[in-house]
Design a protein around this ligand. Sequence first.
Ligand SMILES: [Zn+2]
Length: 360
Amino acid sequence: MTRTPSNPSQQAISPKPYKLVALPSQPPNRQRPAGQERFRQDRLSGKISLRLTVQTNTVVASGAIALGIDILGLNKNSPDLIKTAVRRDRRLIIPGSSFKGVVRSAYEAITQSCLCKVTPETKRQNWVPDKYQECQINQAKNRIEICPACQVFGAMNWQGLIRFTDAICETTKFRVKFIPSLYQPQPEPYNKITKQKHLNSEYFGNHGKVRGRKFYYHALQAIEGGNRGIETQQAGNQYTFTTDLYFMNLSAAELGTLLIVLGQDTPKHPIALKVGSGKPIGMGTMTVDVTAIEQPTNMCDRYLSFQPETNQLTGEKLENFKRNAIKKAHETKLVQPEQLQQLTEILKYPTNRQAPEGMY
Ligand SMILES: [Zn+2]
C-alpha cells in the first residue's frame, strides 16, 4: 500500500481528507462491566438486524492476489492480477471482526474511553496521554474496571457484550476497479529545513501526546485511476450487505450509543461509516439501516423450545424503541456531546466533498 511519490514537489497539495476528534477533557471513565455469566433482567439482550448499503466502492481485501483470468474468466480485458476481496460462497463479505472494529472506533470517540488499538510505535514512543492507556484487567485481584468502549466491545481478557456476524453481500456480483496506491500516515515526517524528524502537529499536542482520534471524511465518490496501483475486487455502489449484531446485558444507554454510531440518531447526527481500504480516496462509505430488533420474551424459552417466542420489533415499534434508547444515551451522558458533534461533522452523509486527487 505504500509507494514513493513520483514527484511530490510538483503536485498540488489537496485539503486533508481527515480530521481528528479531540479526546474528551475527562479521562476514561472506568467501571466494572455488566458481565456475561447470566442474562440480567435489568438489562437488554437480543439481536439487531442490519442492512449496510455501499455508497462509495468498498473493499475488504483478503490479502490474496489472484490471476485476472481466475476471477473474470478468459476475457481480453482481464487484467493480469487482481487483489481479491474477502469472499464466501462466491459472495463478498465483510468479516464481523472488521465491521466491529469500525463501529468500535466511532463508539470510543464519542464516549470517555481509552485509546486502544494503537500502533506499536505509538506505545513505544509513549504518545498516548496519561490515563488514556489501554484498559488493563487484573483477573487475579478481581479488579475489573474498564472504559465504556471496552465494557461493550471487549478488552484483553474480557469478552465484550456484543458480537457481529459476517456481513454478506446480497448479490454474487462484484466489480473490478483500479485503486491508486496510498501512502502511510507519517507521525514524524522529515523536515528538509531542520534536517530532523518532528512530530506532526496535526496529530500531536504541545506535550507530544496524541490529540485525538483520526477519521476520514466521506466523499461524493471514490477516486479511480492514477498512474500506480492495482486492480481490486470491490463492492459497487448500492450493493447491500446484511449482518446481525447480537447483544447481551447492555444498558439502554449503551444500546442507544451503538444506534447513534450506526447513524440512527437522525436528523441531528446523520452518521455513515467507513469500511475497508481506500478511506483517504473516498472509498468505503456505507450507510446502515436497522431492519429489526429482536428481544427474547422469556430467556428460558430460548433454550427449552425449538421455536422460542420472540419479540420482534419492526416499523413504528422499532422506531420508538430506537428513539428511547438514543434518548437514554444522551440523558445519562454516556455520549459526550462535544465529541459527538465533532464526529458527526466528519462522518455526516450525504456530503458534497470531493476526495483529494493527489497529495494531501
Ligand atoms: Zn478501555
